[in-house]
Design a protein around this ligand. Structure first.
Ligand code: ATP
Ligand code: ZN
Length: 301
């Protein structure tokens, strides 16, 4: 590796799948402009010392673990599975989860054939469960003292019961429509998951530590404002306690005097959640007027 390359931060994200668009969007909102390499495997950062590696999501934890990439964005389902596998292998320090992200929401769930009966975890005793998450499922079963056979399978888990390879499955679910399409019914939630940022267990070289730190602060800033709104309104001073209570996810509003009146003031506040029409109607009913709601683009805490 050349000295110039060594100073650049590498982040691994999913090449094509459920996490791709949101991962690229997050990186773009951190200020990166990039061009896509011919092989479509690397996006070279043009204005920051940051390059993006596009890979299968399953490969991301190991790339970060082995310090090939400094950072990675991947689902907690894979993070947990790989961490447990890593711990079982008894090797050194594992990669680290830096922050959770607000996309890729899903859960690892146990499902049975629609017509099968299910009466709690005890019903799993001695059954065969197909999954791509043998470590996470194994831990869940062990915590409940249930001996079941875990059938590890890398893909197409949902058809295992129909093929007679297993009695149940443990797989990722978000809406449940894939389960329904395969005649399956969710019975237990094993793990709640969302995308998260992970980092190498190796201390980052001093040449790039500064940019790494700045990038993490920017990602945190993007996460903080997601869904946040800036709200401005005029209100009678006497109605302020009631109006402040109506603001969703608000911390401390700023109150400003209005020219020519003592009774009415202006209120500005950041709301950490979306502001719905119903809230605006309640604010108006409480005496607010000239209500403006603006999106928040960036925030530096
Ligand atoms: P790859 O080719 O990169 O291996 P994949 O098929 O394993 O792709 P996707 O289906 O794109 O991966 O899912 C990527 C991640 O998205 C999952 O690991 C999980 O964290 C998250 N996810 C969110 N909702 C779902 C869902 N309904 N099913 C599967 N994964 C989901
Ligand atoms: Zn995958």
């Amino acid at each position: 590796m050349s000295a110039v390359q060594a100073q650049r931060i590498k982040i691994a994200i999913q090449k094509s799948g459920r996490l791709t668009d949101n991962s690229l969007d997050l990186i773009t909102r951190c200020g990166l402009r990039y061009s896509r390499g011919k092989d479509q495997l690397i996006c070279f950062g043009e204005n920051l010392p940051l390059d993006i590696l596009l890979v299968r999501d399953d490969d991301i934890p190991s790339l970060v673990q082995d310090d090939v990439c400094d950072l990675g964005i991947v689902g907690q389902n894979l993070i947990e599975e790989k961490r447990l596998a890593f711990a079982a292998s008894g090797r050194g320090t594992p990669f680290e989860q830096v922050m959770t992200l607000d996309f890729g929401l899903c859960r690892l769930a146990i499902a049975v054939l629609e017509e099968a009966t299910y009466a709690g975890p005890e019903s799993l005793r001695g059954r065969r469960i197909a999954t791509s998450y043998p470590f996470v499922l194994g831990r869940w079963l062990a915590e409940r003292g249930i001996a079941a056979e875990v059938v590890a399978q890398s893909g197409a888990v949902e058809i295992a019961p129909r093929l007679g390879r297993a009695d149940l499955i443990c797989d990722l679910v978000s809406t449940g429509s894939t389960l329904a399409a395969n005649g399956l019914r969710e019975v237990e939630r094993v793990l709640e998951s969302r995308a998260a940022l992970i980092r190498t267990p190796v201390p980052v070289a001093s040449e790039k530590a500064d940019w790494m730190e700045r990038l993490l602060v920017r990602m945190d800033g993007v996460q903080r404002v997601n869904g946040s709104k800036y709200i401005m309104l005029h209100a009678p001073r006497s109605a302020l306690p009631q109006i402040t209570k109506l603001l969703p996810g608000n911390e401390h509003p700023t109150i400003l005097p209005l020219d020519g009146t003592d009774e009415r003031v202006a209120l500005h506040a950041v709301c950490r959640e979306n502001v719905f029409w119903e809230t605006l109607e309640s604010l108006k009913a409480a005496g607010a007027s000239a209500i403006l709601v603006l999106p928040v683009e960036k925030m530096l805490a």
